[in-house]
Design a protein around this ligand. Structure first.
Ligand code: ADP
Length: 164
């Protein structure tokens, strides 16, 4: 059967960085369709709310024809079952990511044995980037233009201008 190869890339994307984008571009080379899906965590205070994060993803990824945007709450494995998708994409920045990612992938496999987690490594120059680093720099008015796409940098500026 020649079924379209679709994978889900779940994450907080608060906000999207060049590291996430690097992973998405690599995944696009291998899969027919990627669903970038925002995990909505009601217990975590986010910088950008869900609507803003969706707007950012839609804008930055508008020319990526094989990418779709979505969001989910609750267990990733329930969401995968609903969508009938069995491949999860994750990024590995450094050895330090491995422990958490190993636990996450193993737990997901226990809950849903048919799924496969595929890891991509970003370019070395993005391997230090995380959304929390961006939020920290942004809070103090630092320049994040080398770390996030221009649209994200613009949204960060707007946000902190409003807060001040
Ligand atoms: P963060 O850890 O930055 O808050 P997310 O929760 O949005 O990010 O992460 C979603 C996935 O993207 C995770 O697998 C994470 O390891 C990966 N990821 C995040 N930043 C990078 C990066 N700079 N390079 C590669 N993968 C990354």
């Amino acid at each position: 059967m020649n079924r379209k190869k679709t994978a889900i890339y779940p994450g907080s994307f608060d906000p999207l960085t060049y590291g996430h984008l690097d992973i998405i571009e690599r995944a696009c080379e291998i899969f027919d369709e990627i669903i970038v899906s925002i995990f909505v965590n009601p217990n975590k205070k986010s910088l950008f709310d869900l609507e803003e994060r969706i707007d950012i993803l839609k804008n930055v990824l508008k020319n990526y024809n094989s990418v779709k945007i979505d969001y989910f709450e609750g267990l990733l494995t329930d969401y995968l079952r609903q969508k009938d998708i069995k491949v999860v994409i994750r990024g590995l920045r450094a050895v330090s990511d491995l422990e958490y990612e190993f636990q996450y992938a193993a737990a997901n496999r226990t809950l849903y044995p048919e799924i496969e987690t595929v890891f991509f490594m970003p370019r070395l120059r993005y391997s230090y980037l995380s959304s929390s680093v961006i939020r920290e720099i942004a809070k103090f008015g630092g320049d994040v233009s080398k770390m996030v796409p221009p649209y994200v940098a613009e949204k960060i500026k707007e946000k902190y201008y409003k807060i001040k």
